[in-house]
Design a protein around this ligand. Structure first.
Ligand SMILES: [Zn+2]
Length: 264
C-alpha cells in the first residue's frame, strides 16, 4: 500500500503543472496529504510512467512537456506502429490504477470514426495518454468542438492533433453527393444517409476545388486544415493558442503504410 501511495505522489508531482481531476478522498487521508503537496511542487520526472513502459527504450508520453516534444513522441509511436513494432506503453495495471485518481492526457486528438484509424493504436499510446474525439470524416459542430476542446482547456493538454485519413469513406461519400448535386446527376441511393456530415464537409469540398490531384485526397487534406483553423478560433481554445499554450497540428494517416504525415 505504501508503494501505491508513493506511485500516486509521483504521478501527481509529475502532473503538478496542471489541474488533475482527483478522487483522492477514496485513498485515505495520508494519500490526500501527499497528493496536495505534490500538486504544489515542481515537476519531479517520470517515475510511474517509466515503470509503465514495457520497452525501456520507449518513453511514456507523460515524460514530455512541450507540444513539440509530445508531437514528436506521437510520430515516433506512429513509426513503431507502421513498422509492426508497437510496444503499447502505459497499459500496465499499476499505471491504470494510478489513473483512477486523475487524468492529464498529453494531447487531444480529433479523428474519424473509421475502424482502421484508432488513434491510441496508430500512435502507439496507452491509457490516459491522449483524449480522443471521433466523428465520421472528423467533422465538428458546436457540441463536438466542446469535446475536442476539453483536453486542452480543462486538462491543459498542450497539443491538439486533427487527424484525417486516406480513403475516408465519409469524405468520399460527401464528395460524391455534393458533386452530384452540383451537376444535377443521379446519386446512388443508400439505405443510410449522413446528410449532416455531408453538409459539414461542404466548406472542404468548395475549398478543395482549386487544389490539384485527386479531388477526394484534396478534400481530406482541406478538411483537416479548415478544422484546425476553426478550432484555433474556438472560444475555449483561442486564448490558449494566442498565448502559445496550445499547439494545433494536422496529419493524414495512410491506411497502406500506417504512417501519419503532417499537413500544413
Ligand atoms: Zn474516415
Amino acid at each position: 500500500m505504501l508503494k501505491y501511495f508513493y506511485d500516486m505522489s509521483t504521478l501527481h508531482i509529475r502532473g503538478s503543472r496542471r489541474k488533475l481531476i482527483t478522487g483522492a478522498g477514496t485513498v485515505g487521508v495520508g494519500a490526500v496529504t501527499v497528493l496536495t503537496l505534490g500538486a504544489c511542487g515542481e515537476d519531479g520526472g517520470a517515475g510511474a510512467a517509466e515503470a509503465a513502459t514495457a520497452d525501456p527504450t520507449v518513453s511514456s508520453l507523460h515524460d514530455y512537456e512541450s507540444a513539440e516534444d509530445i508531437w514528436q513522441a506521437l510520430l515516433d509511436g506512429n513509426q513503431r506502429w507502421a513498422d509492426g513494432e508497437a510496444v503499447h506503453p502505459d497499459t500496465d495495471v499499476e499505471w491504470r490504477e494510478s489513473l483512477a485518481e486523475g487524468q492529464e492526457p498529453r494531447a487531444a486528438i480529433f479523428s474519424c470514426v473509421d475502424s482502421r484509424v484508432g488513434p491510441e493504436l496508430v500512435f502507439d499510446t496507452g491509457v490516459g495518454d491522449i483524449m480522443v474525439t471521433r466523428t465520421a470524416g472528423n467533422v465538428f459542430d458546436p457540441l463536438v468542438s466542446e469535446s475536442v476542446s476539453y483536453g486542452p482547456a480543462a486538462l491543459e493538454a498542450p497539443l491538439l492533433v486533427v487527424l484525417g485519413h486516406q480513403k475516408c469513406g465519409a469524405v468520399t461519400a460527401a464528395h460524391e453527393a455534393l458533386l452530384a448535386a452540383e451537376e444535377g446527376t443521379e446519386l446512388e441511393e443508400h439505405e443510410y444517409a449522413l446528410p449532416e456530415t455531408v453538409e459539414a464537409l461542404r466548406p472542404a469540398y468548395e475549398a478543395a476545388k482549386t487544389e490539384s490531384g485527386d479531388p477526394v485526397d484534396a478534400m481530406i487534406k482541406t478538411n483537416v486544415l479548415l478544422t484546425i483553423q476553426a478550432l484555433k478560433e474556438h472560444p475555449n481554445l483561442a486564448e490558449l493558442v494566442a498565448d502559445g499554450e496550445l499547439t494545433v497540428v494536422g496529419g493524414i494517416y495512410s491506411l497502406e503504410t500506417g504512417l501519419v504525415t503532417e499537413v500544413s
